[in-house]
Design a binder for this molecule. Sequence first.
Ligand code: 13P
Ligand code: SF4
Length: 360
Amino acid sequence: MIPLEPYYELSDDVLDTRIRIAKETLGAECVILGHHYQREEVYKFADLTGDSLKLSRLASQRSDARYIVFCGVHFMAEVADILSAPHQTVILPDMAAGCSMADMADLPRVQEAWRALGEIMDVEREVTPITYVNSMADLKGFCGEHGGVVCTSSNAVKILQWAFSQREKVLFFPDQHLGRISAFSLGIPLEEMVVWDPTQNNGGIDPDTLRRAKVILWDGFCSVHQMFQTAHIDLFRARIPGIQVIVHPECSFDVCRMADYRGSTELIQTTVREAPAGSQWAIGTELNLVNRLKNEMPDKGIYFLCPTICMCSTMFRIDAQHLCWTLENLVAGEVVNVISVPTNVAISAGKALSRMLAVV
Ligand code: 13P
Ligand code: SF4
């Protein structure tokens, strides 16, 4: 295997040229997928870009490519592995590119919640487990085996609708904010939602309250999106009358409610791109995406909603050095950083992902 360290001695220009050459050498054998939060130095080499849902679909459609190099985070590469064909190999250029929100729920704690709920109600008949795609593959597997489903930021409302057509309650993990705003937009009042604290007995909720609840939200959140505050929206509206606010649904309930629009990274990008010249936007999502839109559209006023910098440090781990190293290893016949979900988990998780793809 070619070692990584020497790549940090290369200049940006040299890295650019070498990535380009390696990509050309690999040709159609290799497809690079890039999430919208990727740094520019990496994103510009992506053959296909998108939000989590779009990238999941794209991964399953590119069966011609032997290698899928996923410039994103670990759970996304796992989904690509589950949805891609057996002859394809998924690669994550830096294995440390995780997601702190995904780490907030794990299989033992979700199984324990399911067991505890089972003492209070008939879980298999009454509760649909829904996992946000930002979760480990074995949690998707859990949902697959318990009549549950995966959702993404772009389809959470539709998936909840589907879930309520199956059973009367949902257990939604790991992102409480996405679950709350999506359920609320279906008309479910906050009084019918509870937050399950996995460190407490019975999630810290008394049995009667649990029996009355329609939505049980896991106590998880995105540390990047929780930085956006309603006061930031007030400030922009006072400073720039007529400014439109668009946020990702991982933001808090109050921020989502106050914004003019909310949606996935793909929806944010499309909405701002389609807006007329001269329009003003304050955007509440990761900085790399906001900066890209700002540079691309100098004819619009585009602002980052938070006064301090909030970036996704794990998305940031994928840099030009790791991408170049990954591709040059492939050219040399070495496959590094393979993401391979164990077959039994992939089969169960595949059921929950297929349910999602059948609904949306
Ligand atoms: P999207 O599916 O909207 O791209 O979101 C992924 C994510 O991790 C946002 O923090
Ligand atoms: Fe995870 Fe938040 Fe980063 Fe998205 S922005 S990958 S939810 S830590």
